[in-house]
Design a protein around this ligand. Structure first.
Ligand code: V47
Ligand code: SF4
Length: 392
């Protein structure tokens, strides 16, 4: 029997004079299920060492989810990497005039990808790409209907706010109208991309021309009111400060108090391969774990915390399960290029179900296959892969 990789127990932490009283007071608050303030969140970032933060985050994770560790079976469709925007951290996009390394798929090519998954046990397709002026609201609404016709049961999670904002402005429809059109054509939820860091000054320096934080928050709020759930991301570990991370999470926490529409918070570590911010060093794995832990402690109203394994790598994804994370995303099948182009450890991200289950089992957690909305599909505790039909 493998015992879970866990930090020290919460009692050890609360009673240890090794930690200053003001830190233990914050821990007591979180232990009692009370919300911590922005100031307290900042103290955790500034002063909390990794073991302390890990114990607290793991306690909260286990109180809420036990050892359950979710994954899903999904694939990505990335229509194009050509983009009218020029985010400095992006290694993936090519400006329209830059042909080398660019791709642009026809609707038929994208539908062929979808057809290739027909009959396979995938539950979600994730559709995101660059912002290409040729591909507008009508094109994407039509694409969604065709995806739905091929796979009536699949959950379609599609389009970052950046893509949506551009589509809606071009089609001269309001956010609510545009989202309703996409929903009527088959859209089920929104992924969390495009949030980056909400602070306006930092945004100006890393992604000046893309949609504002206000627009990002407004589109997600409108989606939630229309019954479209979503995820939220935070791009961290570049030129932002801890104050900016807390401000980002605070804006999300306030929106979530109003709508309850976010399922998952996904911190995304900045990777510096082959982009205009390659001179900015990447943060350490310790900082990644501290960031997951503070996210779990601070974001008390978003149920799930995801470590996106293609970005983080498999070993660090395993480690993160002791720091508040309870979800590691999906099988993916080498269908996304965003992180391999930015220098992630995972150059061809693909894991089958057995590999994902073994990865979770290996650190003593309980593997659960979920659908996009966290309904349980299969409980893989004690699952014997030799006695059952091989699963893709
Ligand atoms: O918004 C781009 C990020 C995001 C880099 O909702 C980078 O389930 C690190 O949001 N280093 C898009 N990050 C991807 C995204 C996502 C991914 C997986 C799951 C979900 C979900 C959402 O990728 C962008 C940006 O923040 N990104 N370049 C980079 N060099
Ligand atoms: Fe375009 Fe998105 Fe890359 Fe920005 S992050 S350049 S919006 S593809």
């Amino acid at each position: 029997m493998i015992s879970a990789l866990r930090p020290a127990s919460i009692q050890t932490l609360l009673n240890s004079s090794e930690y200053p009283l003001h830190l233990r007071k914050i821990a007591e608050k979180a232990f009692a299920g009370e919300r911590i303030s922005n100031e307290e969140g900042l103290i955790l970032f500034n002063e909390g060492e990794v073991g302390f933060l890990g114990s607290l985050a793991n306690f909260i994770r286990e109180k809420r989810h036990g050892d359950y560790t979710y994954f899903n079976r999904n694939f990505h469709v990335e229509p194009t990497n050509m983009c009218v925007f020029d985010c400095k951290f992006c290694s993936y996009s090519r400006l329209l005039k830059q042909k080398e390394g660019s791709w642009e798929m026809s609707a038929e090519q994208m539908l062929d990808i979808v057809r290739s998954y027909k009959g396979k046990p995938v539950t979600e397709v994730h559709i995101v790409g660059g912002v290409h002026p040729k591909l507008g609201l009508d094109f994407f609404a039509d694409l969604l209907s065709k995806v739905r016709a091929i796979m009536p049961e699949i959950h379609i999670k599609a389009f970052t706010v950046v893509e949506l904002d551009y589509m809606f402005r071009k089609a001269k429809v309001s956010t609510a109208e545009g989202l309703q059109i996409l929903k009527d054509h088959g859209l089920n939820s929104l992924p969390g991309g495009g949030a980056e860091i909400f602070d306006e000054e930092i945004r100006k320096q890393i992604c000046e021309d893309k949609c504002s934080s206000e627009v990002w928050l407004d589109i997600h709020e409108t989606a939630h009111r229309l019954g479209i759930p979503s995820n939220a991301t935070m791009l961290y570990g570049h030129i932002e400060s801890f104050e900016h991370r807390i401000d980002h999470m605070d804006r999300l926490r306030k929106l979530q108090d109003r709508t309850k529409g976010f399922n998952t918070f996904i911190p995304l570590k900045f990777r510096n391969g082959d982009n205009q911010m390659s001179n900015v060093p990447e943060v350490s794995v310790i900082e990644d774990m501290r960031n997951y832990a503070v996210s779990r402690i601070f974001m008390d109203n978003i149920p799930h915390l995801k470590a996106y394994w293609p970005m983080l790598g498999r070993t660090n994804a395993q480690l993160s399960l002791g720091f508040g994370v309870n979800d590691i995303d999906g099988t993916i099948d080498d269908s996304t290029k965003i992180y391999s182009m930015a220098g992630s450890e995972e150059q061809n991200p693909s894991m089958n179900t057995q590999e994902l289950v073994e990865l979770i089992n290996a650190v003593g957690r309980h593997p659960i296959e979920r659908d996009t909305l966290y309904n349980i599909r299969t409980d893989y505790k004690n699952f014997d892969f030799t006695k059952t039909e091989p699963v893709q």
